[in-house]
Design a binder for this molecule. Structure first.
Ligand code: BG6
Length: 487
C-alpha cells in the first residue's frame, strides 16, 4: 500500500488531560512511526501548566509507556518522534498567550493545521476566538471537537454557533470515537455490500434490536466531568445513537461524507420524542452502589460524590417513526461498573411463521445477528441446524456462523488513530455534522427534562452486576429479554 506522508501540525488543547495522554498521543505516535505524517508536522501540546519542553517530552514518554499496548513502545522510534513534540503554555482567558503558539506554527509555511479541542466544550468558543484574533486559522485548518458538545440542545447550539463564527462547517470535525472502531465501520460493509441482508432489514423481518455498551470501570479520574453529564449525555446521546443510526439508516448514495450524514440525520429526526408516560415506562436510570468489580470491592458512586442524582446506568426503549422501522423497538442500555465490559448490537429476526420440527419440545430460536464491538470484535449469525444422528425426530440446535475478519494484519489501529488520519486527510465521513448533533440533543432533551422532573425514579444497582432489575422489566414488559440473559 502506498502511504502518502502529510505535512500537518496537530495542536492539542487540553494536551495534558486524560484523553490526550491515554488516546491521542499514542494515536499520533503510531501515525508518525507508520509514516503517515512527516517531519514538518509538529505535535504541539497546549496546557495551562508551567513545564519545560524537556519535562513535557519526559512526561509524554512515561505516558506512552503506560498507555501503549504492551511491547509497542519503541525507544529508538521515540527518539525520532520526540523531535516533533512541542509544548506551549496557554491560559484560555488570555489571548496574548497565543503568540508563542504562533511562533512555532509560523516556522513552516504549509499552514495545514488540526486543532484538537480535548477540553470542556465551554472553552471551544473562547479558543476559536483567540486563534482568530492571533491569525492562526489558515484556510487549511481543521478543528476537532470532542463530545459531548454542551449539556443540551440550547447550550450545544450556542457552542456550535461560536465555533462557526471562525471555522466553516467543512472545517469542523465533531468526533465520536465509536465511529472509528473497525467493527462499527463494518456495519456499513455488512449491510451495504451483502445482498442477503437487504430484503430482511426491516419491520417485516426484524423483531427488535438491542444495543448494549457496558463498562466494568467506574468514572476513573473524571468524576467532576461525569457528574455533570451522566450516562445519557456521556454515552447515549452520542455513541449509542451513532450505532443506532448505522443499523437503521437507509443506504446512502455513496460513502461521501454528506451522503452518509444525510441518511443518519434522517434516522435521528425520525426518533419518537418521548412523552411523560413514555419516560415513566420506557426509561430506566440508576446509580451504582458498593459492590464487587473484577474481584475487588468498589465503593458506590455516591461515596465519592455526595447527594448526586447523576445516573451511571440508563436503559431505554427507542422507537423510530418511519416506514422501515415502524413497530420495531430498539432497546438500548449503557452503564459503568457493570458485571463485564461488553458492547454489542443484537439484531433479532422474527420467528418462523410455523414450525414443522418437534425438536423435543425445545423451541426454535429466532435468528440473531450479533455484532460484538468489545472486548473482542466479532460478528455472528445465529442459525438453527440439525443435530447429526439417527434420532426418530429431527432435532435442531442453535449454531453460530462466524463472520470474523481474519486477524492476520500486523497491529490493530485504534479508533483515534483512524479518525485523526481522516481529519488529516480531510475526510469527514465518520464525523458528525451540526444537524446530527442537534437532532440527537432534541431527542435526548425530552428524557433529560423528564428525569429532572422525577418522572422515573433514580434506582440503584450493585457495582459488578447487570444493572437494576428495572432494566430487565423494561424489556420483559414487551415479552422480550436482553441477549445476555438468555445465554
Ligand atoms: C467516552 C466516555 O466517550 O467513551 C467514557 O466519555 C467512556 O465515559 C468511553 O468510558 C468508552 O469508550 P470505549 O472505547 O472504551 O468503549
Amino acid at each position: 500500500m502506498n502511504i502518502i506522508k502529510r505535512e500537518c501540525d496537530i495542536i492539542i488543547f487540553g494536551g495534558h488531560g486524560d484523553l490526550a495522554f491515554r488516546k491521542l498521543m499514542p494515536a499520533v505516535c503510531h501515525l508518525y512511526n507508520d509514516e503517515y505524517i512527516d517531519e514538518k508536522s509538529r505535535i504541539i501540546t497546549i496546557s495551562r501548566k508551567s513545564i519545560s519542553l524537556k519535562e513535557h517530552k519526559k512526561l509524554v514518554k512515561e505516558k506512552l509507556i503506560e498507555f501503549l499496548p504492551k511491547d509497542e513502545f519503541d525507544e529508538e522510534k521515540f527518539k525520532n518522534f520526540e523531535k516533533q513534540l512541542e509544548f506551549c503554555k496557554i491560559d484560555f482567558d488570555d489571548e496574548s498567550n497565543y503568540k508563542n503558539l504562533k511562533k512555532i506554527l509560523d516556522i513552516y509555511a504549509h499552514g495545514d493545521r488540526v486543532y484538537y479541542f480535548s477540553t470542556s466544550s465551554d472553552f471551544y468558543g473562547k479558543i476559536c476566538k483567540s486563534l482568530h484574533v492571533n491569525k492562526l486559522i489558515t484556510k487549511n485548518s481543521r478543528v476537532v471537537l470532542e463530545k459531548p458538545i454542551g449539556l443540551n440542545l440550547q447550550s450545544s447550539q450556542a457552542i456550535n454557533e461560536e465555533v462557526l463564527r471562525y471555522f466553516k462547517e467543512e472545517q469542523i470535525f465533531r468526533i465520536d470515537h465509536y465511529l472509528g472502531k473497525d467493527t462499527v465501520q463494518n456495519i456499513l460493509a455488512l449491510r451495504f455490500s451483502n445482498r442477503i441482508f437487504m430484503p430482511l432489514w426491516d419491520a417485516s423481518n426484524i423483531d427488535h434490536v438491542q444495543i448494549t455498551v457496558a463498562e466494568s470501570v467506574g468514572v476513573e479520574g473524571r468524576a467532576g466531568y461525569y457528574d455533570e453529564y451522566g450516562a445519557l449525555r456521556d454515552m447515549i446521546q452520542n455513541h449509542l445513537m451513532q450505532l443506532l443510526c448505522l443499523i437503521a439508516m437507509e443506504p446512502p448514495c455513496s460513502l461521501q461524507a454528506n451522503n452518509v450524514r444525510d441518511e443518519k440525520v434522517k434516522v435521528l429526526k425520525s426518533l419518537r420524542l418521548m412523552t411523560s408516560t413514555d419516560i415513566e415506562t420506557k426509561t430506566v436510570r440508576a446509580q451504582y452502589i458498593k459492590g464487587q468489580s473484577e474481584g475487588e470491592i468498589v465503593p458506590g458512586y455516591s461515596e465519592n460524590i455526595e447527594n448526586s442524582s447523576t445516573e451511571t446506568f440508563a436503559a431505554l426503549r427507542v422507537d423510530i417513526d418511519n416506514w422501515r422501522w415502524n413497530g420495531v423497538p430498539f432497546y438500548i442500555r449503557s452503564g459503568k461498573r457493570m458485571r463485564r465490559r461488553n458492547s454489542e448490537i443484537v439484531i433479532q429476526f422474527k420467528s418462523v411463521p410455523y414450525s414443522i420440527f418437534h425438536n423435543n419440545g425445545a423451541c426454535i430460536s429466532e435468528n440473531k445477528l450479533v455484532i460484538t464491538l468489545q472486548p473482542n470484535e466479532s460478528i455472528q449469525l445465529e442459525l438453527m441446524n440439525k443435530i447429526p444422528g439417527l434420532s426418530e425426530h429431527m432435532r435442531l440446535q442453535k449454531v453460530a456462523l462466524e463472520l470474523n475478519n481474519p486477524i492476520n494484519h500486523k497491529r490493530k489501529s485504534s479508533a483515534y488513530e483512524r479518525l485523526l488520519l481522516d481529519v488529516i486527510r480531510d475526510n469527514a465521513t465518520l464525523f458528525m455534522r451540526l444537524d446530527e448533533v442537534e437532532a440527537a440533543w432534541k431527542w435526548a432533551d425530552k428524557i433529560i427534562e423528564g428525569w429532572s422532573d422525577n418522572l422515573t425514579p433514580l434506582r440503584t444497582y450493585t457495582a459488578g452486576t447487570d444493572g437494576p432489575s428495572a432494566s430487565i422489566e423494561l424489556i420483559a414488559r414487551d415479552g422480550r429479554s436482553w441477549h445476555d440473559e438468555c445465554c
